[in-house]
Design a protein around this ligand. Structure first.
Ligand code: NAP
Length: 289
């Protein structure tokens, strides 16, 4: 579900965004925002690594600072795109730049760092204008899905602004309860790896059945792409779509019977539960800093 009834471009009009960290995810979001019409003058990046800085300037013609300075206090949104391990230190070093601002003029903090909780951000930044998000790697080609949770204090237009930024890298899914971000991490955050795992298994099986590896790869990938697009366009339940292509006694039935006997459904239940539990544990560890 997305929050925006207005186009993302109009929601973003004249807003200034500062990215803290200019790595892969920041690049993906910046690329998407520029495509949506955000002006280059409305984006600043703080990035200490000189090669990364030069690439950003070359590719996007935006302002890139080596270190934060007082200009970042004029941003509407601070997008925290650094690794979780350095987040606490980076956040604490930013707070002096916002010390003299009134609460309503303090930039919203939009964190995409995995596992960093709202309550810890509140402690490090000293305010509650906070959103925590969990994107996934297809964001790098604008096909991601991002789970989001905002602090209760954010109003609808502030949430819509963050939604418009997240839409630069794909779809968005908002939750009210922060613990569901661990569930989203288990489903879509880690999800691309499950898809690659299944693709690998289908390719290996194709080779066992006599096809060459390249054909196995193409067949597996296109089957996934076609079937997921079919599911996306269909109003039917996923189980109905599966039943529609599984005639009793046929080939698909033979394959699904094996998958069922081997407990693949249960394995997914256990795998995603393990991912969600690990996400919670990592959040607790990061919060101790
Ligand atoms: N990639 C994904 O699919 C994905 C999915 C979900 C969530 N995320 C989250 O997104 C965040 C960014 O991931 P990424 O893949 O874009 O990582 P990345 O490519 O490593 O980008 C992080 C950037 O931040 C820079 N940085 C380090 N210290 C900094 C500081 N003090 N101030 C400003 N910038 C600093 C890094 O520079 P150096 O290289 O010099 O350290 C690097 O360029 C992470 O927190 C990750 O958990 C990523």
């Amino acid at each position: 579900m997305s929050l925006n009834s207005f186009s993302p471009a109009s929601t973003l009009l004249n807003r200034h965004l500062t990215f803290i960290g200019g790595g892969n995810m920041a690049r993906a979001i910046i690329g998407g925002l520029l495509k949506q019409g955000l002006l280059t003058k409305n984006i600043t990046v703080v990035e200490p690594h000189s090669v990364t800085r030069q690439r950003l300037i070359h590719d996007f013609a935006i302002d890139v600072l080596e270190h934060p300075d007082e200009t970042i206090a004029q941003s509407n949104v601070l997008i925290m795109a650094v690794k979780p391990q350095v987040f606490p230190e980076v956040a604490k070093n930013l707070t002096p730049y916002f010390a003299n601002l009134t609460p309503e003029n303090t930039p919203l903090v939009f964190s995409i760092a995995a596992g960093i909780r709202l309550m810890d951000m509140q402690r490090w930044f000293g305010h509650t204008r906070l959103v925590r998000a969990m994107p996934n790697t297809p964001a790098l080609i604008g096909q991601g899905v991002t789970g989001l949770v905002a602090h209760d204090s954010l109003n609808a237009s502030e949430r819509a602004l963050i939604d418009a930024i997240a839409q630069a890298i794909g779809d968005t899914e908002w939750v009210e309860n922060e613990s569901l971000i661990d569930s989203i991490t288990a489903v879509s955050g880690s999800g691309p790896a499950y898809v690659f795992y299944i693709l690998e298994a289908m390719q290996a099986a194709a080779v066992t059945l006599g096809l060459d590896a390249e054909a196995g790869r193409r067949l597996a990938i296109q089957t996934f792409a076609g079937a997921t697009e079919l599911a996306r366009r269909s109003p039917e339940a996923l189980s109905t779509l599966r039943e529609q292509v599984t005639s009793k006694g046929g080939t698909t039935y033979a394959a699904l019977t094996v998958l069922q006997e081997r407990g693949v459904h249960e394995a997914f239940q256990a795998a995603l539960a393990a991912a969600a539990a690990r996400g919670k544990e990592l959040g607790e560890q990061l919060g101790q800093k």
